[in-house]
Write a protein that binds this ligand. Structure first.
Ligand SMILES: Nc1ncnc2c1ncn2[C@@H]1O[C@H](COP(=O)(O)OP(=O)(O)O)[C@@H](O)[C@H]1O
Ligand SMILES: [Mg+2]
Length: 363
């Protein structure tokens, strides 16, 4: 049997570049080499694509240890030097000539998880893992995701959306509006970032301007959201027309909220699989995950995150990650592992769903 050739796409122009490299390394380790050939394609911070030895070398790095010992800035410098020191020509986008049958998109954040790469591959007729253009684009925008979820009957936290430019031009009325709408603490988020970048938990009105200004450095749209009390519950979803929801997992942040350091550097967050909730709530949250997945038109995979309050039984959608983390400590693979689908089988299924044609074929 001839092998299927997978292009493994990682790195990318988003703030989650380094996380993508770590995810890609674990995905690469889970791909069955008896059946698949892997062509690593590394996208630099600047957006140049490389498919030769330097991509393979970057994929082989133990970046989580490097990041733990060094700073993000030094890690970026190391990666840039590896590309600079290689005399390699960039990838020519000729997927067919490279014999590529399917692309595993292991990118997180902007340009990779938001529909842009998906659109490029659609245009060239190359199948890829995960959601298509519109679901990716909606899920990347936390404000649009909330609209879809509410429309499908799934609750979200009370929030308002601001234009960064209007806020920066005239901040005072915004401070007043927030003060009269929300109790503290509240959350300020750029609508389209991940890995907690640019997110602040604001405990006092005096902290508000700094949090808003920080979020405005990352995005044109900002979400101001009421803090929800409850457990942080994550559900992994897999499949196309008949998606499957995993056992829900629970994240107990190690700090004030589940921030970047907690997620990737210190690993101080605790996880519980299955989540410590009564069975009926576990079932309801799985159903809500499927509802939201279908409402957005997700395909392949997504991790759907909620706040669940045991006392009043409320299930509140937080966000959807269409290309969730695949690092060793990431929830998506762990949740399916606990649901009876080991990592290698999961990767295989994602590649299978990637090649399943949507019916009717969209135009
Ligand atoms: N409305 C909220 N109520 C309570 N905690 C929140 C709220 N929004 C965000 N958080 C906390 O901040 C973390 C990061 O926010 P999230 O919206 O999930 O951003 P990201 O896309 O960066 O993961 C969450 O995991 C949670 O700990
Ligand atoms: Mg999150």
């Amino acid at each position: 049997m001839s092998k299927t050739t997978i292009a493994l796409l990682f790195g990318g122009k988003s703030t989650e570049h380094e996380i993508s490299i770590i995810s890609a390394r674990s995905i690469s380790g889970a791909i069955d080499r008896e059946r698949y050939r892997v062509v690593p394609i590394y996208i630099t911070h600047e957006g140049a694509w490389f498919s030769g030895d330097s991509a393979a070398e970057i994929l082989a790095l133990d970046l989580s240890s490097i990041m733990r010992k060094s700073s993000i800035e030094n890690t970026e410098t190391l990666l840039r030097e590896m590309i600079r020191n290689s005399a390699e020509k960039p990838f020519d986008f000729n997927f067919r000539a490279a014999g590529i049958d399917v692309v595993f998109i292991a990118l997180h954040g902007g340009y990779g998880e938001d529909g842009r790469v998906q659109g490029l591959l659609d245009t060239m007729g190359i199948p890829y893992t995960g959601c298509g253009v519109s679901a990716s684009a909606i899920a990347m925008d936390k404000a649009l995701t909330k609209l879809c979820a509410v429309d499908a009957g799934v609750a979200t936290a009370p929030s308002i959306t601001l234009q960064a430019a209007s806020y920066l031009a005239d901040p005072e009325p915004v401070h007043e509006l927030i003060g009269s709408t929300f109790d503290y603490p509240l959350f300020i988020k750029p609508v389209s970032l991940g890995s907690s970048v640019g997110i602040s938990k604001v405990h006092l009105p005096a902290e508000l301007p700094e949090a808003l200004k920080l979020a405005c450095t990352y995005d044109r749209k900002i979400l101001v959201e009421a803090a929800v009390s409850g457990k942080e519950i994550e559900v992994a979803v897999l499949g196309n027309d008949q998606p499957l929801a995993s056992v829900p997992g629970e994240v107990e942040p190690g700090s004030d909220f589940y921030d970047f350091q907690d997620k990737y550097i210190h690993n101080t967050a605790k996880t519980f699989i299955p989540a410590r909730l009564p069975d009926e709530l576990l079932d309801s949250v799985r159903r809500s995950a499927i509802t939201v997945y279908k409402a957005l038109g997700c395909r392949g995979m997504s991790r759907v995150d909620f706040f669940v309050n045991e006392e009043n039984g409320s299930i509140v959608l937080n966000e959807i990650n269409t290309i969730p983390g695949f690092t060793d400590i990431s929830m998506y693979p762990k949740l399916f592992e606990a649901s009876g689908i080991p990592f290698t089988v999961l990767v295989d299924k994602l590649l299978h769903y990637a090649q399943e044609k949507p019916e009717p074929a969209g135009r």
